[in-house]
Design a protein around this ligand. Sequence first.
Ligand code: SF4
Length: 210
Amino acid sequence: MICFPSAASRHRAWEELRDRVAGCSRCDLSSSRKNTVFGQGSTESPLVFVGEGPGSDEDEQGAAFVGKAGRLLTKILASVDIPRESVFITNVVKCRPPENREPVPDEMMACSVFLETQLALLRPRIVVTLGNTPTKWLLRTSEGITSLRGKWIPWRGAFLFPMFHPSYLLRNESRRKGSPKDLTWQDVKALREKIDELGLILPPGKDDAS
Ligand code: SF4
C-alpha cells in the first residue's frame, strides 16, 4: 500500500505524477495524442469520477470531459446540487485512443500506475465509474454496466458506484421510464442520497486543471 503521511508530501507526489503523465510514452497511445489528460477538479473531494479515455475535445484541450458528453455530465451533477468543480474527474487512460476506440488491455495496464496512484493520493470515499470500461477494469469483472449500474459496491474500503457514460446518454435520447436517461436520473439521486447519508462534505469548486 502506498502511504503519503503529510499534505505537503501528497501535493509533491501529485505534481510529480502530473509531470510523469505529461511525458509518458509507456504505450502506443503516446504517438497519436496531442495532449495527455491528467484529470481535473478538486483534489480534496471525497468523490472521484473515472471515465474511459479522452475524446477529441479532451485531446485538443488536455482536459477531461470538456466536450458534449462532459457538458452533459456537468448538468447531471448540477441537477442534484453537485458542482462539477467539487469532484475530481479522470479516465482509465490518459491519452486519446485513435478514432475513439476503446483502450485495449495492454494500454490500460500500462496506464494503470497513474490511475492507481491518483486514487491512492485522493483517497475518495466514492468512486463513480462511467460506462463499461472503467467499471470492468476497476472491478476486474466481465459483468456489464447495464447490470452493475446503480449498485453500491464495497471496494477498497470505499464504495464504487457505476453509472452510464454520458456519451451513451447522448446516443439514447428517450426519457421514458426505464430508459438510460431515466435510470441515470435514479442513479444520480441515489448518489446525492449516499453523499448525505455518509455526511460527506463537498469542497467548494477549486479547480486543479493546470
Ligand atoms: S495512455 Fe497512459 S500509459 Fe499510455 S502513453 Fe498515455 S499516459 Fe502513458
